[in-house]
Design a protein around this ligand. Sequence first.
Ligand code: AMP
Length: 282
Amino acid sequence: MLDILKTRAELTRFLNERRSGISSIGLVPTMGALHEGHLSLVTRSAEENDLTVCSIFVNPTQFNDPSDLARYPRPVESDIRKLTKTGCDLLFMPDAEEIYPEEESWHMELGELERVMEGKFRPGHYQGVTQVVKKLFDLVAPDRAYFGQKDYQQFLVIGELVRQFSIPLELVCCPTQREADGLAMSSRNIHLSPEERKEAVLLSKALFLIRSLANEMSPAEARDKGLELLGSSPLIQVEYLEIAHADTLRPVTDWNEASRVIALVAVRIGQTRLIDNLFIKH
Ligand code: AMP
């Protein structure tokens, strides 16, 4: 059975009553409009923990574009049905006043992570992410928290949050779930027109192309081939395509420079911004 709670007080009471009888709690933070990507995190948490908490909160402080926030999908009833079927125990669905009774002023030093790629193109975004995730960690005190590789830079940022505050939990990075043609699942995909949806496949195609070329050419040359493929669509505007050290996100000039190398991409297609990434060496 899925319990649904909207206030911090109810959540704290619920967890206090349950905590002593169980050995672990898994937390899956989301912004809702759930798809198979989100549900894969819930399934993994349900397999690994006695109690799985999913949060749905469209966090205003992480949106640097007000129109993106305004049109973010909020299909609550269908999300509840999906969570019920997937073995989630508790849905925490607060409103903004519940999470931010007063203005948030604290700031985390995230170093390079906040200056490259998503950090650069979405100023302030990761401050909003760390603010809300820290609150969820404090409230739920989970043993494990589940995030998707789809937002790989976010996973590194949360790693920094956990490290800097010495939060006693295990972070789990779950593989990106894709549509049959390779497009990474995303709540924002529903905004794509049929033509845009067709071209959106080029994101993953460019990443898989780079991976297939890694034995034949340098990272810079492989990146150029990826950019060429993305450039073949007049609908796509590239924000970045980078080949980077997977632990630091510093660009690599030679495949042997790092033991784990990842390619990351962000584009705009019409009004919609899409991101994806793929490990080239793992
Ligand atoms: P969001 O609702 O977009 O904030 O995403 C909530 C969580 O689901 C984040 O940890 C995302 O990385 C993860 N997620 C989103 N899309 C996918 C996907 N296609 N595959 C796996 N995880 C995903």
